[in-house]
Write a protein that binds this ligand. Sequence first.
Ligand SMILES: O=C(O)C1=C[C@@H](OP(=O)(O)O)[C@@H](O)[C@H](O)C1
Ligand SMILES: C=C(OP(=O)(O)O)C(=O)O
Length: 429
Amino acid sequence: MNVTITPSRVRGLARAPPSKSYTHRAILVAGYADQTTVRDALWSADTQATARAVERFGGTVNRRGEALEIEGFDGRPDVPADVIDCGNSGTTMRLVTATAALADGASVLTGDESLRSRPQGPLLEAITDLGGEATSTRGNGQAPLVVTGPISGGRVSIPGDVSSQYITALLLAGAVTEDGLEIELETELKSAPYVDITLEVLAAFGVDARKTELGFAVDGGQTYSATGGEYAVPGDFSSISYPLAAGAIASEDGVRIDGAQPSAQGDTAIVDIVDRMGASVDWDRDAGTIDVTAGELEGIEVSVEDTPDLLPTIATLGAVADGETRLTNAEHVRYKETDRVSAMADELGTLGVETTETQDSLTIHGGDSELTGGTVNGRNDHRVIMALALAGLVAEGGTTVVGADHVDVSFPGFFEMLSDLGASIERER
Ligand SMILES: O=C(O)C1=C[C@@H](OP(=O)(O)O)[C@@H](O)[C@H](O)C1
Ligand SMILES: C=C(OP(=O)(O)O)C(=O)O
């Protein structure tokens, strides 16, 4: 599907979709538990991949309205009867790899072309160091993967600057090993708030894990069980970044976002970023609403060390803002569904925006007079697609985003939301 957005003003109410990160974790740990109702779950292509994995391990996942009724696989995963297809989802592949290491036999994991090019090596090595077998069929640290367990726990060291999902994966699985896990970080942890999300979900399911001087630790022999058998997923701040940015660049009358309760998500930083750039923003944390109105945006410097998923959104804000927007500590943003640093530099370039790239930074030389419409490539990457669609709200002439279907990875109703806010959108199948 190609989508063409023409300059539009936006106003009104947008509802935040549920958090993808919390939903992945809740589905998988509900797999370890007996019976759980996961309320307000995100049902997107990525979270469905995690649900499929839980079913491959012997659990069941049934959707009832916005809730998922999950029956677990009795603490230990079965050896899957077939390949686990993780689709486009890095979180699924990493979390499921560590779960597979608990099964008494081999699991085979694969994914789409993008996922089969993302780094899995450090997690495979960690599982091998713990006594399992974990290999890449092509010997290049990328999927397809073959993972054979069971591991019983121990001490392991792993880099922190490739993906925090390795740590999350090991913590979730570590709690049901016999001996527990001590995880030592070999390099500084990037995307650290995602491990905070993990610790929050573990605690909600009665599992204790902790930060240590060297990294993280989790005791073995623990049982996952949500209080009252229920767990509710909060709103997604990576997704909230899009209506928030839409309001900041294209709303005189204001956009209100609801479902914005505070949680451990690092991406709540987007509220402050939009405020610092000059939009008018008011976050009522108790009510879970954010009101935003456009302002004269100015470029700022932002480290995306903790918040990699915000880079595409901030890049578009920077394209509209006057002056330079510098995004630093961004190297790990190159290991996502696409290399998002290059993708945003190149595609904003097509819309007439000058950018400068280094290995770990992206500088946008912005100003809305620079933005002209054109045809841009969404690179089959949901966040690149959504960020480019936002640029279309203010770029002169129409902006066509090619291959826009992939928003279903994290925000299936994205274009409906934008259109309900008043954006002029044409879809072409
Ligand atoms: O654990 C998670 O839910 C996620 C962690 C982050 O990845 P990295 O830890 O690989 O940076 C983030 O980019 C991804 O969208 C979701
Ligand atoms: C990088 C992302 O997700 P994942 O790593 O799960 O593919 C994302 O949602 O932006």
